[in-house]
Design a protein around this ligand. Structure first.
Ligand SMILES: *Cc1c(COP(=O)(O)O)cnc(C)c1O
Length: 243
């Protein structure tokens, strides 16, 4: 069943139907593997989606959205302030944008360097002294040269140092595995991410709880491999409008 069709404005009612459908899909997998339904949550990957679409989903009760580009995101955050949305940054962060990201977002899923970690922590301590920024380390699980994320080599050091930064609360890992057409290869990537999460050196155990992987094409597989946060764009909002 595909929920991905129209390009025209979506109503809050349609948005609610889609949210329920996604939740049903997720529940069927958590039932199957014996997890309680609230173990797994999703963020709407809303990049390139118009404000009207995201507003309809906000009215329909979506809880979290993720954005990739700061400028685009700031407008959406400002316009959608009346809704109680939890905003995640899920795009690559240039260090000169770190301050604004730390001030405006609740989560950063794309922490990929020590330099960035320190900048985010410093800025967050100023803007939210008692509310650390939730962060996931982005891991480059398939060692793709053009892709963001830390390699297995730098991962341990980043976990150890970022854990101690007071403006950051290190929550886990995030990955965008290579979209292998062959599902068994994708599963192998997901399993490596889960292993990196499990084998992290000395994180703060009470906060180390998040494995963010899986997108529209493969989120149910990702959940079976241990994901408890999936990032859904197309399957939820419909195709991204071309500019
Ligand atoms: C766009 C995007 C997604 C969602 O992609 P879909 O395939 O449309 O679900 C998830 N994660 C990140 C980091 C993205 O940039």
């Amino acid at each position: 069943m595909s929920m991905v069709t129209e390009q025209h404005a979506i109503s809050a009612n349609d948005a609610r139907t889609r949210l329920e459908w996604i939740q049903d899909q997720i529940n069927s997998v958590t039932d199957e593997i014996g997890l309680s339904t609230d173990t797994v949550r999703f963020v709407g990957a809303s990049k390139a989606q118009p404000l009207t679409t995201i507003r309809a989903f906000a009215q329909a009760g979506i809880k979290a959205c993720g954005e990739n580009y700061l400028q685009e995101a700031i407008t959406k955050l400002d316009e959608l302030k009346p809704y109680d949305l939890e905003w995640h940054f899920i795009g690559h962060i240039q260090t000169n944008k770190a301050k604004q990201v730390a001030e405006r977002f609740t989560w950063v899923q794309t922490l990929d360097s020590l330099r960035l970690a320190k900048r985010l922590s410093d800025a967050r301590l100023v803007s939210h002294p008692n509310e650390p920024l939730n962060c996931c380390i982005q891991v480059n699980v398939d060692d793709e040269s053009q892709k963001a994320g830390v390699s297995a080599d730098s991962y341990d050091e980043l976990v150890e140092i970022a854990t101690d930064l007071p403006g950051i609360r290190l929550r886990g890992v995030m990955a965008i595995p290579k979209p292998y057409p062959d599902l068994t290869q994708r599963i192998a990537s997901f399993e490596r991410v889960k292993e990196m999460f499990d084998n992290a050196p000395k994180p703060q155990p009470q906060y180390w709880d998040t494995i963010s992987m899986g997108m529209s094409e493969d989120y149910l597989t990702a959940i079976r491999c241990g994901a408890n946060l999936v990032r859904l764009g197309t399957v939820l909002f419909g195709p991204r409008p071309t500019k």
